[in-house]
Design a binder for this molecule. Structure first.
Ligand code: SF4
Ligand code: SF4
Length: 441
C-alpha cells in the first residue's frame, strides 16, 4: 500500500524524532534506519515535518519524466494558488502556466468543486436520520485514518469522490482526450498515496504527481511579467476556499435547503479526538464534519512554502462569491444527474492483524504480550526504535524485535553479567586450598 513518502536512508541518523509524532504508530527505526509500516501510515506528513535531517520527503514523480510530455495537463489542489507573491486568482496562474507549456484544467476543477459541494449537501439532506454526522472525504489522510482506526464510521464517510479525481475525468470526457496523461499538483503524501492507491475507485485519473513546492519553484524561476489584471471569475473563489479550513463547509451550506449543523476541525490531534467523540455518539445533532489532517487545512500541507497564515489571509482577501449563474446551475444539475461525483467503490477497512489471524494463537500471543510488556520500563523513550513500550512488546511477540533492543533491559542484563563474571573471577579453583592459591600468586 502506498504511503507517499520517500525515505533517504543515507540521510537518516536514527534520531527517532519522527516515530514520536506519528499518529498511527506507523514508524520504526531499525538498525539506525527509519521504516514505515505501509498498512498503518495515513500519509499525514507529520514525520516529514519533524525530520531535521531531510531523510523524508514527498514521493513525487521525477520532474524530467513529467515535463517530457508536452503540453503537461495539470489539475491542482487549490492551495497552490496561495503560494505566489500575487493574488490567488486561478486565472493569473492559468496564464503563467500556459506560458510555460502547461495545460491547466482549472475550468473543470472549479466546476467539480461546485458539484462535490452540491452532492454532499444532497447526500446529507437525503440521508437517513442518524445521530452520527457525515464525514468529509476530501482529506485522504482522514479517510485512511477512518479505514485504519475508526472502522465503525466507514459508512458515515460522504459518498462523494475527491473533486481532484473527478476534474481530470471531466476534462478528458469534455475534450475527448482519454489517452492524454494528466498530472496532479499535491501538497501532502496522502494525495500522492491517493493517486498510487486510490480509495473508492480502481485507478486514479491522474498519471503523475508533482508537489506544490516543485511547481512553485518552476513557475517563479521561469515566469516573467505576471499580469495581476487577469480576469477574475466568481466561481473561482468557491473552490479556492476549499484550500483552507471551513471552505468546504461554507460551499456545502450554500447549496443546502435547510439549516445544517456543521463543524470544521484541523490538525491530527483534534481530528482524532473528534472522531473518538463521534464514535462514542457524543456529537449528537451534528450533520457534517469537515476534517483536515493539516493545521488550517491544505494551506498547511507539508509541501507548501508559503506560511499557512498568510495563505489564509490571501484567500480571505480574495473575497467569496456564492452566486451561480443560470448557465452554471444548469450545467451543475446535468453533471449531478450523470453521477460523475459518486464514489465508484465502497470505502473498505484496512485490517490490522497485530497478532495473527488464528484466534487461539492470537490469544496465546496476547498473554505473551502482557508478560513481555510487564518486563519493559514503560517509559516510551523511543530508544528501541519503537514509538512506545507497548508497540515494542507487540513487535517482540511477532518476532520482529528482541528484549535486548530495550536499552534499560540491556543495561540490566550487562550489570547482571558483569556481576556474575566478577563472582566467577573470585571463585577458588576447587583443587586448591586458599593458602595454596595465595602462595601461587
Ligand atoms: S505520514 Fe503520518 S502516519 Fe505516515 S509514517 Fe509519517 S507521521 Fe506516520
Ligand atoms: S489537509 Fe490537505 S494537505 Fe493536509 S493531509 Fe489533508 S489533503 Fe493533504
Amino acid at each position: 500500500m502506498a504511503h507517499g513518502i520517500r525515505i533517504n536512508e543515507n540521510a537518516c541518523r536514527g534520531c527517532v524524532n519522527c516515530i514520536k509524532v506519528c499518529p498511527t504508530e506507523a514508524m520504526r527505526v531499525i538498525h539506525g534506519k527509519v521504516r514505515i509500516l505501509e498498512d498503518r501510515c495515513i500519509g499525514c506528513g507529520e514525520c516529514i515535518r519533524s525530520c531535521r535531517h531531510r531523510a523524508l520527503s514527498l514521493q513525487e514523480n521525477d520532474w524530467d519524466k513529467v515535463s517530457s510530455v508536452r503540453p503537461i495537463t495539470l489539475a491542482s489542489d487549490p492551495a497552490l494558488f496561495t503560494q505566489f507573491p500575487w493574488s490567488p486568482n486561478p486565472a493569473i496562474l492559468d496564464q503563467a502556466l500556459r506560458g510555460l507549456g502547461f495545460e491547466p484544467i482549472f475550468e473543470e476543477c472549479s466546476m467539480v468543486y461546485d458539484l462535490a459541494a452540491l452532492a454532499i449537501s444532497r447526500a446529507i439532506e437525503n440521508g437517513s436520520a442518524t445521530d452520527l454526522p457525515m464525514i468529509s472525504t476530501y482529506c485522504p489522510a482522514v479517510v485512511r485514518l477512518v479505514q485504519i482506526k475508526f472502522q465503525e464510521l466507514l459508512s458515515h464517510l460522504a459518498p462523494v469522490e475527491s473533486p481532484l479525481e473527478t476534474c481530470i475525468d471531466l476534462w478528458r470526457a469534455r475534450h475527448n482526450k482519454h489517452d492524454v496523461p494528466a498530472s496532479l499538483v499535491v501538497a501532502c503524501p496522502a494525495r500522492v498515496a491517493m493517486v498510487e492507491d486510490p480509495v473508492g475507485r480502481d485507478v486514479s485519473s491522474a498519471d503523475f504527481v508533482i508537489s506544490t513546492a516543485r511547481i512553485t519553484r518552476e513557475i517563479l524561476s521561469r515566469s516573467h511579467g505576471i499580469q495581476e489584471s487577469a480576469e477574475r471569475k466568481a466561481k473561482d473563489s468557491r473552490w479556492l476556499n476549499w484550500a483552507m479550513l471551513g471552505g468546504e463547509t461554507r460551499h456545502i451550506l450554500h447549496f443546502a435547503e435547510r439549516p445544517l449543523r456543521t463543524l470544521a476541525v484541523s490538525g491530527m490531534k483534534n481530528v482524532i479526538s473528534l472522531l473518538q467523540d463521534i464514535e462514542l455518539h457524543r456529537m449528537k445533532g451534528l450533520d457534517f464534519v469537515e476534517l483536515r489532517a493539516c493545521d488550517l487545512g491544505c494551506i498547511g500541507g507539508i509541501s507548501n512554502a508559503e506560511s499557512r497564515f498568510l495563505s489564509r489571509l490571501k484567500i480571505e482577501n480574495y473575497g467569496y462569491s456564492p452566486e451561480l449563474s443560470e448557465e452554471e446551475r444548469e450545467t451543475l444539475e446535468s453533471l449531478y444527474e450523470a453521477k460523475i461525483w459518486k464514489l465508484q467503490e465502497e470505502i473498505r477497512s484496512i485490517e490490522q492483524i497485530p497478532l495473527g489471524r488464528d484466534m487461539a494463537k492470537a490469544m496465546e500471543k496476547l498473554e505473551e504480550l502482557h508478560s513481555v510488556y510487564a518486563e519493559l520500563p514503560h517509559l516510551d523513550c523511543g530508544t528501541c526504535g519503537r514509538p512506545s513500550c507497548r508497540i515494542m512488546a507487540e513487535d517482540i511477540v511477532r518476532g520482529e524485535g528482541s528484549v535486548d533492543d530495550c536499552i534499560f533491559r540491556l543495561r540490566e542484563k550487562i550489570a547482571a553479567l558483569s556481576e556474575e563474571i566478577n563472582g566467577l573471577s573470585r571463585r577458588l579453583v576447587h583443587t586448591m586450598t586458599p593458602e595454596e592459591k595465595y602462595e601461587n600468586k
